[in-house]
Design a protein around this ligand. Structure first.
Ligand code: NAP
Length: 288
């Protein structure tokens, strides 16, 4: 076993993200064994059959007891109850991290569950994923070349941060560090709000009288804009509630821009429209 290899990697929540990390870590030789825990034995058995995990943990206690490296990869709302069940079952050298899309809520959940955020807990968020859920979609290449944000606290153990960084870099990710609040503000704007808009767009259209015609003639623009509305509702309910403050301010700013756009259309303000579309096109072209 090399010094940089973790002996037992435990994944709680062996879905798209947890399963992809398990696969990637195994194929990069970053751990000797992967243990998986979830609510449903059938999907855990599927994870074994697919070679994603090596062993099923029948409860949270077992998932923690032998683990050197734990990844919490459930929807963020499940983290607090899971950690409460783990109390008293941590190995002395264990490092715990998570992949949740919100970081302030996860830090608070850890504090409520354990009474403090221990130095060996390193909050994390891979900026990679798809609208698909479940271990069937686990992909060892999901994190290759993608960013991962770690949001360690002031007292987080630097060795724990190094081990988490090593895991993500080992699966091909580019790791950066950010303050918890800053992460939540940035992600509210770039990820959480777009998901809200996609869900709302599909729902709004589906309630219109002409909905059958609308969906019949919807083309690739509609498909591109709304792809993320196929994401898991439980995950997005949790994210929405967990990052509500940052999400609300992003939505407020967007609402005021929508009103300006609406007024410009009503006033047939071609200059406003041309300037808006040109600015947006330039920014997106550069981004892509
Ligand atoms: P997923 O494919 O649905 O996987 C979630 C897994 O958690 C499932 O295997 C589910 O299995 C398990 N689970 C759910 N509730 C649980 C509970 N109470 N106790 C134990 N296990 C539970 O979702 P995902 O896309 O991998 O997302 C997982 C996390 O990654 C979320 O926190 C999300 O915010 C974050 N994330 C997602 C993306 C993305 O694009 N999808 C990107 C970055 C970060 P059972 O139902 O069988 O228990």
């Amino acid at each position: 076993m090399s010094e940089s290899q973790e002996k037992v990697l435990s994944i709680l929540g062996v879905g798209l993200i947890g399963g992809s990390l398990a696969k990637a870590a195994k194929s990069a030789g970053l751990c000797q064994k992967v243990v998986g825990y979830g609510r449903c034995l059938k999907s855990l058995q599927r994870a074994v059959d697919l070679g994603v995990i090596d062993q099923i943990a029948c409860d949270v206690k077992t998932a923690f007891e032998s683990a050197d490296f734990v990844v919490l990869a459930t929807p963020v709302g499940a983290i607090e109850p899971l950690l409460k069940q783990a109390v008293g079952h941590f190995k002395s050298n264990v490092v715990i991290t998570d992949v949740g899309s919100t970081k302030g809520s996860v830090v608070e959940a850890v504090r409520r569950a354990l009474g403090e955020v221990p130095g060996n807990f390193v909050p994390g968020h891979p900026i990679a994923g798809t609208e698909n859920s479940g271990v069937e979609y686990a992909d060892a290449k999901l994190f290759d070349g993608r960013r991962v944000i770690l949001t360690p606290l002031e007292h987080t153990d630097p060795d724990a941060v190094s081990r988490v960084r090593r895991m993500w870099e080992g699966v091909g990710s580019i790791v950066s560090e950010m303050a918890v609040n800053h992460h939540d503000e940035v992600l509210a704007a770039t990820s959480h709000m777009p998901h809200m808009l996609a869900y709302l767009m599909v729902d709004t259209l589906s309630k219109m009288d002409a909905r059958h015609e609308i969906f019949k003639y919807a083309a690739s623009g509609f498909r591109d804009f709304t792809r993320i509305a196929s994401s898991d509702p439980v995950m997005w309910r949790d994210i929405c509630l967990a990052n509500s403050d940052a999400l609300l301010s992003a939505l407020e700013e967007y609402s005021s821009e929508i009103m300006q756009l609406r007024n410009a259309i009503e006033a047939k303000d071609d200059e406003y429209l041309m300037a808006l579309f040109s600015r947006s096109k330039a920014v997106r072209d550069q981004f892509c």
